[in-house]
Ligand binder design. Structure first.
Ligand SMILES: C[S@@+](CC[C@H](N)C(=O)[O-])C[C@H]1O[C@@H](n2cnc3c(N)ncnc32)[C@H](O)[C@@H]1O
Length: 241
């Protein structure tokens, strides 16, 4: 695990994601939250980044905490996001229980081996109410193959020059994104992100070893069932009885 990921690209993140429809994404997450029968939703967003999604969701839930490994990302959040915790989802520091935990936009793909993935599930199980829901999306191989070409790009944002080099390895199923960021005055930083692109069946296998079971497994942004050819999958997990 590289503790410094998202430290340097935090200044560029909103620009890199400018075509992402976070409002639509938030509506989808909100619809999934309806699975929860409790009146009040105590939500925890994992890997919230700069909280673009939280902007749309924070007023919809009774209590809302955002969290991310990168404090540089969290400080970019708007003033309406009050409860921010910088933490690793492999070591969640919460004593309080939540009934809705979620993570968006490939964040679980940063867990590059099965042991880490299971550790994350275990951490979430510890802070989730018995009747709570944990939902996350996972980026799949067809997504990597489709978008790789668009992710090789160069640009300039507010005086910061950047280059992104994106490569997907079919052999080891790792999607690597290297960012070279030129802040000017000779300050050049590099960040390399590694994301594991698990097979469809890997998720079910890993979840079968956890305290969770799969309640739903959707094609992302829809309520139809996903399959091995899906580009992005939305898992909805509940705790096993
Ligand atoms: C692709 S970004 C998604 C951010 C945000 N969810 C969004 O939709 O824009 C991935 C995020 O995962 C965070 N992240 C990666 N590994 C993490 C970990 N082990 N614990 C917590 N956050 C992590 C990164 O800091 C980054 O903000």
């Amino acid at each position: 695990m590289n503790e410094n990921i998202y430290s340097n690209i935090s200044d560029l993140y909103s620009h890199l994601m400018r075509f992402i429809d976070y409002k639509k994404w938030a509506n989808y997450i909100y619809k999934i939250s309806k699975e929860i029968k409790d009146k009040n939703i105590f939500s925890l967003e994992l890997a919230s980044g700069n909280c673009a999604l939280a902007n749309y969701l924070v007023d919809k839930f009774y209590f809302y905490v955002v969290s991310d490994l990168s404090s540089n990302m969290l400080v970019k959040a708007s003033a309406k996001i009050k409860n921010k915790v910088s933490c690793n989802f492999l070591a969640l520091p919460f004593k309080k229980k939540f009934n809705f935990v979620f993570s968006c936009f490939d964040s679980v793909n940063y867990l590059t081996n099965k042991k880490e993935f299971l550790k994350m599930l275990d951490e979430v199980a510890n802070i989730l109410d018995e009747n709570g829901i944990f939902t996350f999306d996972a980026s799949m191989e067809n997504n990597s193959l489709k978008y790789q070409k668009y992710l090789n790009r160069k640009g300039d944002y507010k005086g910061i020059k950047y280059e992104q080099i994106s490569r997907y390895s079919l052999k080891n199923r790792i999607h690597k994104n290297k960012f070279i960021i030129d802040f000017g005055n000779g300050v050049i930083k590099e960040e390399t992100h590694y994301q594991k692109i698990y097979r469809f069946e890997d998720y079910f296998e890993m979840i079968s070893h956890s305290k969770f079971s799969v309640l739903k497994c959707y094609e992302a942004f829809s309520f139809t069932n996903a399959n091995a050819n899906s580009e992005r999958i939305q898992f909805v997990l509940k705790k096993r009885n």
